[in-house]
Design a binder for this molecule. Structure first.
Ligand SMILES: [Zn+2]
Length: 291
């Protein structure tokens, strides 16, 4: 059976058709156009699936990677940064148009699945996949299977509390991990400390002065506490970092040390590695949902 994987993102929808060995047969990107609303997104996804389907005579399966979580009971999307999806029965609506069953999973889980089966975490049993980008999320894969949890929120470490009474979060709580170590949060903190509006990429080019050192110290502290908490509970065999923030090299030495310093163990060697699939983890993770 061939597989179709769709990665629904805030700006782009990407689709891929692969054969049994995950060789790419066809791949295509279209714009999401959130401003045109929910129905237009459903139409873009189903058109893309049909276009990919037409490239083969084989039987196909369809997996879709989405921002946000599908509520286990109601089937409605929640916690999505693509706002027009919230409260909508996306899976149902796509299945009705396609007349084909699909599997849908959130992007952090797809990331963790793809990295654990064909990426940096291949060969490790318990994998914690971290996304640090516009938001902060995570997914847990155990022996090749996504661990969803009773309410489909397992791995959502971006909204556990680092600092009670800390930064306000859109989720309604204060001090969430995401409000400290997402890309926008790090840039905002840089502006507060230095008065300069800069991209994360440019910020990390030179961290030699005192203000920059303070920014980095706080960043490492928050990153360390956040992931140490995860290790204390899950004790994964490996942690894989993804998202734009994962491109910062010092996370893999000084960052790792900051985590180790806070873990409740004097002998820790959990690898913390960069992802190897980059932006492709979404489409491949979506394909891998059907195994
Ligand atoms: Zn939050």
């Amino acid at each position: 059976m061939y597989k179709i994987g769709i990665d629904l993102g805030g700006t782009k929808i990407e689709g891929i058709l692969v054969d049994e060995k995950y060789n790419t047969i066809h791949r295509k990107r279209v714009e999401t156009h959130q401003e045109n609303g929910y129905d237009s997104i459903v139409k873009s996804i189903t058109s893309l699936v049909n276009e990919l389907k037409a490239k083969t005579n084989e039987e196909i399966s369809v997996g879709i990677c989405t921002p946000g979580v599908t509520n286990a009971n109601s089937g409605l999307i929640k916690n999505s940064n693509t706002q027009c999806l919230i409260g909508m029965p996306l899976k149902n609506d796509i299945e009705n148009v396609l007349e084909h069953e699909i599997i849908m999973e959130n992007d952090a889980n797809c990331f963790a699945l793809a990295e654990s089966l064909i990426g940096s975490a291949k060969g490790y049993d318990t994998v914690f996949g971290v996304i640090m980008g516009t938001g902060v999320g995570g997914g847990i894969v155990i022996n090749g299977t996504i661990h969803k949890g009773r309410t489909n929120i397992a791995g959502e470490w971006g909204h556990h509390t680092l600092h009670p009474n800390g930064n306000e979060c859109y989720c309604g709580k204060q001090g969430c991990v995401e409000t400290y170590i997402s890309g926008p949060a790090l840039e905002k903190r840089w502006f507060e400390i230095t008065g300069k509006k800069e991209s994360l990429q440019s910020i990390v080019q030179d961290l030699s002065d005192e203000k920059a050192k303070q920014w980095k110290k706080e960043f490492l502290e928050n990153f360390g506490t956040g992931l140490a908490n995860v290790i204390d509970i899950l004790d994964p065999d490996i942690i894989i970092l993804g998202g734009g923030v994962s491109n910062i090299p010092f996370l893999y030495d000084q960052g790792k040390k900051a985590v180790y310093d806070k873990v409740f163990s004097d002998s820790i060697e959990t690898p913390i590695l960069k992802n190897s699939l980059g932006d492709s983890s979404g489409v491949f993770g979506a394909c891998l949902l059907n195994r």
